[in-house]
Design a protein. Sequence first.
Length: 377
Amino acid sequence: MWNHLSFDLLAKIFTFLPPDSLACAASACKDWHRCTKSYSSSSHLIETRFNPPWFLGMITPKNYGHCCYAYNSVCNRWYLLPLDFLLHPIHPIAPIGSLILYRPANSPVLQLAICNPFTKQCKSLPPLNTLRTTPAVGVIEASSSNFRIFVAGGMSASSKGSSGSGGGGGASYEPTLEMYDSNVEKWQTIGLMPNIFAVRLTVWTPNDSVYLMGILYWITSARAYSIMGFNINSGLWKEVNVPMADRLEFAALVRRKEQLTLIGGKSREEACIWELGLGDVWNLIERVPVELGKKFTGSRGSWYSTKCVWTDKAVYLYKDLGSKMLVWMGVEGNASKWEWFWVEGCYSIKGQQVPNFPIKGVLLHPNLAPSSILTSV
């Protein structure tokens, strides 16, 4: 039957396959290999939106370096994904469509780049207008080729002092905000920010941002937690309080059903989930099931070192590569109903045991089609 399918129809079928299955199809014969390369990047991305995103556990560079581990929830399988096409180990910042925004781990001054870990393409972005270390980074994404990146705060330094750690002579907090627009491929300084926000974004922000209704939000990573928001249209900054800010061991912001949502956990207690309502008032909407919470936090009952990664349809709580993950996900066919699921960590791949690495998680829809905005190294 497959021999009688037209080329266009076969290519259409291939667009529904997840990357691992598509790679197998491409290796079947020359005709199938040519067929898998025939569809456009944009059409493939649209189709893959119907499949759950993959979880990529990026290895902490200072420990083990140049690889990541990818989890496909459809077939419940982990893969080792080499990153040897990159010149240096990286710190991932955020997904942009099927690409990853990252910074090289060996650079004390912020330098951003994007890559597709599946096609082994990458591209460095232009240097910022102001040399900075440890600023907050936020992303507003329309597609893999249409996005804006915002960089706020950080330590600025003179050209002489910029080769150091950022805390040397001439260094100070940088109270400005820059934006990169993928359409024009350059940075522009778009305004000032309160100095206290510059300090908080520099010292305590883990670079996880949420964009909602014209405001880009960051949460501090040190107790007591607080949230800072930047209004893209007005250029104004605001602070939003966090419930139980001084008692939470862990807190993270996500966007769920077009609502700003906060997840936080206290020692030896279940984690809670709040939504931001009118007047910036938080409303409690969910608690992590007690038994799942105990299983996740272990005998010490601690939420410390918990990390979070999300899409509009799923929220992952995780710690290390070998640790179990808690997933809060929308039920297919019932957009208003969300349920908790349990995902095993990565213990072995193809019979080989995997050490329990520290990781930074990223959720994205893999794409094997070459990207026109990336250039190969």
